[in-house]
Design a protein around this ligand. Structure first.
Ligand code: C2E
Ligand code: CA
Ligand code: CA
Length: 425
């Protein structure tokens, strides 16, 4: 946000001036999708050059009076001081999208084929304050991404995210989210050894919002920090109950690497373990392969600290990102979770089965445990077992269920060992 803070006064001044004339004024946020990844793969200099080239393209298709600012590493803030109406502003957005999407941007001998997504907010209908207009243009951008369109205009009615922000913030603070536990079954030891903690959020207005919606939303705002804190504490509280009840299980929590940037995150996590009395070596943090790459150095630093204290680290959704063997070699992981898209397809597709076999082998050669997620039937389980996969997770073993209920059921089976349910496995 810091570059933006410098920009806003200039944008405000331009808006104020524009308002003395008839017509509307538009604020556009243009984000180049895939820019972050390009920077991480090819370096920041490459990223900067591509952004400069993109800026030139944009300047070429807007009018002389329009202002084009570089806002962040991957986005531009554009002010169109005089537009006739909403359509007029959206036409400018289309031209910008075309200017970026139609021909790859070039730096040196490298091409970059990215995609622009534009969010539009209008002044005065959507506000007169530069910061508010920028945020609303951002919300429109997010909505465009969500519906898969190259651009969108802010709609007070149909952009639910703004309302969601307040509701999610309040519900986290009021401890109104739920934790589900899903069991992981150890094929060698022949029993359930751990659970993955999965967050659930029920809202009054939208019903159940899936984590695939609200977690990325929290990641883009500052809510990921309180969400993570909540999720850690809630998961550890239930894990502690299992320990106290004499039927302990390891617990895996999903972490967004954005929280690694927060000062003292590792200490906070270790502190929470102390508070709940859960041993560090019974906790696994899961980081997705893709997310890891967004800030590899920082992630590695924090994860090393956690590893040193005995916490285990799983690479989640393995196979869906761009992880290279080079980084896997140095990464402080203890397990590799093979993405469920591979596991799901392995029975019907021989090549996919070979890919899964290779992933298990890679895991083992690197000294990691191989975990297959999304195991939905016995056939898949049998094949994974034959491939020496260490652990399996999926509907065939058990669906995620409210942690409270999971703990109660597991503790109810102390001593007794009913056949056929997941607790006796
Ligand atoms: P994930 O870490 O890959 O979690 C596994 C997801 O697969 C869960 O979806 C789970 O319900 C689902 N699943 C489990 N077994 C099967 C199966 O056999 N077949 C199929 N088709 N699906 C199965 P869910 O709960 O919707 O979570 C989605 C994602 O949201 C998670 O993916 C995780 O990345 C993220 N997430 C969930 N809770 C949290 C949290 O507290 N913090 C963070 N940062 N992320 C979370
Ligand atoms: Ca996970
Ligand atoms: Ca996963």
């Amino acid at each position: 946000m810091s570059e933006l803070a410098h920009l806003l006064p200039a944008v405000q001044a331009r808006i104020d001036r524009a308002r003395q004339e008839p017509g509307l004024c538009a604020v556009l946020v243009v984000r180049l999708r895939g820019m972050r990844e390009a920077q991480l793969r090819h370096g920041y200099e490459f990223g900067d050059e591509i952004m400069l080239a993109a800026r030139e393209r944009i300047v070429g298709v807007v009018r002389h009076v329009d202002l084009v600012y570089l806002a962040t590493d991957d986005s531009f803030l554009i002010v169109l001081p005089t537009v006739r109406n909403r359509t007029h502003a959206l036409l400018a957005a289309t031209r910008i999208v075309g200017a970026i999407d139609d021909t790859p941007l070039v730096h040196g001998d490298r091409n970059w084929h990215g995609r622009a997504v534009v969010g539009v907010a209008l002044c005065p209908p959507h506000g007169t304050d530069a910061e508010l207009l920028f945020r609303r243009a951002e919300l429109a951008h997010d909505e465009a991404v969500r519906i898969g369109e190259p651009f969108a205009c802010y709609e007070p009615e149909s952009t639910p995210v703004e309302i969601l922000y307040g509701e999610l913030r309040d519900d986290i603070a009021a401890n109104k989210l739920d934790v589900m536990f899903q069991p992981l079954y150890d094929l060698r030891r022949g029993k359930v050894v751990s659970v993955e903690s999965l967050a659930r959020w029920k809202t009054s207005a939208y019903g159940e919002v899936p984590p695939s919606d609200f977690v990325p939303f929290a990641e883009r705002s500052d809510l990921i920090v309180p969400l993570t804190r909540w999720s850690l504490n809630a998961s550890l509280r239930h894990a502690a109950a299992l320990h106290r009840g004499g039927r302990p299980l390891d617990v895996a929590v999903n972490l967004s690497p954005r929280v690694f940037a927060e000062q003292g995150f590792a200490e906070q996590l270790l502190g929470a373990l102390d508070i709940w009395g859960v041993p560090a070596d019974s906790v696994i943090v899961e980081i997705t392969e893709t997310a890891l790459l967004t800030d590899l150095d920082m992630s590695v630093r924090v994860l090393r600290r956690l590893r040193d204290r005995g916490i285990r680290v799983a690479i989640d959704d393995f196979g869906t990102g761009y992880a290279s063997f080079a980084y896997l070699r140095h990464f402080p992981a203890t397990e590799l979770k093979i993405d469920r898209t591979f596991v799901d397809a392995m029975v019907s597709d021989a090549r996919t089965e070979q890919v899964v076999r290779a992933m298990i082998e890679v895991a083992h050669r690197l000294g990691l445990e191989a975990v297959a997620e999304g195991v939905e039937n016995e056939e898949t389980l049998k094949r994974l077992e034959a491939m020496n996969c260490d652990m399996v997770q999926g509907y065939h073993i058990g669906h995620p269920m409210p942690a409270e209920e999971f703990v109660a059921q597991r503790l109810a089976t102390v001593g007794a060992h009913p056949v056929g349910d997941i607790f006796s496995r």
